[in-house]
Design a protein around this ligand. Structure first.
Ligand SMILES: C[S@@+](CC[C@H](N)C(=O)[O-])C[C@H]1O[C@@H](n2cnc3c(N)ncnc32)[C@H](O)[C@@H]1O
Length: 330
């Protein structure tokens, strides 16, 4: 099975392409002093028009084109680029094709705590990895420094992967990072990822909307500044609406208390999903009155997501993933 899979991946003319590359190896080495420049050049050759000509058995034309590309390429300047990529909530199979391709291409990776080890392991093996932290209240590298680091690396000609958990544009500060790049005229692309709300709700069997129970869904940050509560609570307390709280673990008692104060029934179903989509996923089910105590009893580990709404009741019949992990009904 492995052999047949490999055969479908390896083009028949690969040996001939390698022979052509060997012929030009010393010339390319002499042209580019930096290994990164050589790598970029060879990737263009091996994945581009030259390779296609070889596979079409036109080695003469391929050699001419390779030589032309080499003479035309500027050995002193290679433009760097930044890929702002959403790594999803944890399960590596939830990556997009585009994310995976760019992860295999980048030569330096900036990642933070939310990116799962399994996802990180899919980046190029020889890429430099830079951990930029971001635990609650402990930003290993301040946001402004991350922005500047991206600029510096790209300007030095590197292809930089900024790998973020979930989706970069949902509570990910992705906008700030690319704003700095845009100001500096550095090219970048953004790849969406599966956000925690989507991943956790699917893997917990809790649809975020449902014709009978919920016609709208809010994504809200539960990261309460200095313990103070400045969210639009009355906007949240609406019939037939699901609310998803990101970063809501610390503030959970205040969140539940405020929802009740603003008129939500204390019996409103609520779920906390821990490490959603991973083998460690756990789901704690309760109501907004009981969930804070349930969570305290179960030593929950971050990251966690809180889902509030009638749809939570569907978990009982729709849970399909890791169902023998703890699903506590509080
Ligand atoms: C700074 S936000 C980043 C959100 C991310 N950009 C996204 O789209 O999912 C971090 C929060 O996302 C949520 N989160 C991320 N991954 C999660 C997971 N696998 N399980 C549960 N919650 C998760 C938690 O609420 C965590 O506190």
């Amino acid at each position: 099975m492995i052999r047949s899979k490999l055969e479908t991946l390896i083009p028949a003319g690969l040996g001939r392409l390698a022979t052509l590359a060997a012929r030009f190896r010393n010339q390319v080495k002499a042209h580019f002093s930096e290994i990164n420049q050589r790598r970029l050049f060879w990737e263009k050759v091996l994945q581009g028009e030259v390779a296609e000509l070889v596979f079409a058995k036109r080695e003469g034309a391929a050699a001419d084109l390779l030589e032309k590309q080499l003479l035309e390429s500027d050995a002193t300047q290679s433009a760097g680029e930044v890929y702002l990529v959403g790594g999803g909530p944890g399960d590596p199979e939830l990556l997009t094709f585009r994310a995976l391709r760019l992860m295999q291409q980048a030569d330096v990776v900036l990642h933070d705590r939310l990116v799962s080890e399994d996802v990180l392991n899919l980046t190029r093996r020889d890429a430099e990895r830079i951990y930029v932290g971001k635990e609650r209240d402990n930003h290993t590298v301040p946001q402004e420094d991350i922005n500047q680091l991206l600029v510096r690396l790209a300007k030095s000609g590197r292809r930089v992967l900024r790998l973020k958990g979930g989706d970069p544009f949902i509570f990910g500060r992705g906008g700030e990072e690319i704003a700095t790049l845009a100001e500096e005229g550095i090219s970048f692309q953004v790849v969406p990822g599966i956000t925690a709300a989507s991943g956790c709700s699917s893997y917990a069997g809790i649809p975020l909307t449902h014709r009978d129970y919920s016609q709208s869904c809010l994504f809200v940050t539960g990261n309460l500044r200095d313990g103070s509560v400045d969210l639009n609570w009355s906007g949240m307390v609406q019939p037939q609406q699901t609310i998803v709280f990101y970063m809501g673990l610390q503030g959970l008692p205040i969140i539940c208390e405020q929802l009740i104060c603003h008129g939500m029934s204390p019996d409103m179903p609520a779920a906390l999903v821990q490490q959603g989509t991973t083998a460690q996923q756990q789901v704690v089910i309760g109501t907004i009155a009981s969930l804070p105590d349930e969570v305290k009893r179960h030593q929950v580990k971050a990251p966690t997501l809180v889902i509030v709404g009638e749809v939570v009741n569907l978990h009982e019949s729709l849970a399909w993933f890791n169902t023998d992990s703890v699903a506590v009904h509080g």
